[in-house]
Design a protein around this ligand. Structure first.
Ligand SMILES: [Zn+2]
Length: 115
């Protein structure tokens, strides 16, 4: 169950929250964003600073159902038990520990607690 969203209000709130930190507020709008929903439509003129902030926010978003990729087949369809819906491989704590170990080896990081 997801709470109802008012996208134009969320956009406006985000823009207000970010625009006050614009280092070049006199620069004028860099983009015009139009948003049309069942409730209506809204247009936002946003500066380069705000566009960059929106891009960063979008890049940082992870879907709540995103449990990573299957190490067996690369599928993104891992269920809540980390069971791959495509190849059937079972991931989990041990699988994560092994994957983390492999990642550290690949990055050449030291093991154990920091010195
Ligand atoms: Zn798989």
């Amino acid at each position: 169950m997801t709470a109802p969203l008012d996208p134009p209000a969320v956009f406006a709130e985000f823009i207000a929250r970010v625009a006050c930190y614009d280092p070049a507020p006199e620069g004028g709008p860099a983009a015009v964003l139009g948003l049309r929903t069942a409730l209506g439509e809204a247009t936002f003129q946003v500066s380069d600073h705000v566009v960059r902030a929106m891009c960063r926010a979008l890049e940082a978003y992870r879907d709540p159902a995103d449990r990573g990729t299957c190490t067996g087949c690369g599928s993104r369809r891992l269920d809540e038990n980390l069971h791959c819906g495509d190849c059937g491989r079972l991931h989990g704590i041990l699988g994560q520990v092994i994957a983390e170990h492999a990642r550290r080896v690949a990055e050449g990081q030291p093991f154990g607690p920091p010195a």
